[in-house]
Design a protein. Structure first.
Length: 64
């Protein structure tokens, strides 16, 4: 696997997506936090999301 991509400097004129999230509370597995573009179509959601499991995420209020 190659990691030769140059870091991209964001262009302030590029449109950006607002993100939304949902926490899935599981009884028999670690909780999950799914993060995805707000207002995305079902087709876009299929490939535009990420998930964090268990201790990989914390409540924002706990960091303030």
């Amino acid at each position: 696997m190659s990691h030769n991509a140059e870091p991209r400097t964001p262009d302030p004129d590029d449109p950006t997506d607002e993100l939304d999230h949902v926490v899935i509370e599981n009884d028999d597995a670690p909780n999950e936090c799914a993060i995805f573009p707000q207002g995305a179509s079902e087709d876009r959601l299929v490939s535009s999301w990420l998930t964090a499991h268990g201790d990989s995420f914390i409540a924002l209020e706990s960091m303030r």
